[in-house]
Design a protein around this ligand. Sequence first.
Ligand SMILES: [Fe+2]
Length: 233
Amino acid sequence: MKVRQLFDQDTWTYTYLVWDEATKEAAIIDSVKEKVERDVKYIKDLGLTLKYALETHVHADHVTGAGGLRRQLGCKVGVHADGGAKCADIQITDDQVFMVGGQEIKALHTPGHTNGDISYLIDGAVFSGDALLIRACGRTDFQQGDSGTLYESIHSKLFNLPDETVVYPGHDYDGFTESTIGEEKALNPRLGNENPKADFMNIMDTMNLPKPKRIDIAVPGNLVCGLNDADAA
Ligand SMILES: [Fe+2]
C-alpha cells in the first residue's frame, strides 16, 4: 500500500492518503475541510479513485473534509458507529474490513480519547488517530473520553501489534511524523515501560488543559461530515 502523509498547518492535523498501486483505488484518513481542494487535486493528479473517506474519530480541533470529498469524488464516508455522525455512509464497527484494490484496511475500535475512536491497520502500519500519539496520547477529558478506557485500548489492541508496526498519528506538535509500536512501548512516557494503569489515569485526569479553541464549531461540524447548510446550497 502506498502512503502519503499530508499536513494542515493551522490545526497540526495529519491527513493520510493510502492507495493500492495496482488498481489505483484509494482511501483518505482524517481529511480537513480547508484542505479539500488540495486533496482533490492531489488525488486527481495521481490518477486515483477515492473509495473511502475514513475518520479516526469525531474531531474537536478541526472540521473534516469528508463531506466535501464525497460531494466532489463520490467516495463513501466512514465514522465509528458510536461517534454519532449520522451523515456517514458507513457506521463502522470493530474489526470491520474495507478493501482498497487488493489491500485491506482493518478498523480497530480503540475508544478512550472519545468513545468512537478507530485505529486503522493497513499493511504493517497503524493509523492511530489521537488514541496513540508519538510519545503522548490524546486527551481524555471531553467527548466521552475516559483515561482507563484509553489505557485498555492501547494495551489490549495497539501494544499487541508487532513491534515493527509503523505508527502514523493524527497529530504531532513537535515535528515528528511516524513511530513504531516497539518504540512507543519503550519510550512513551505515559504508556510505555508498563507504566501502571493507575499512574496513567492520574496523569490524564490531572492535566487541566484548556478547552480546544474550535471545539464548539468542530464537533457539530463533524457530526454533519463538514457540510453545513451553506455548503448544501
Ligand atoms: Fe481528537
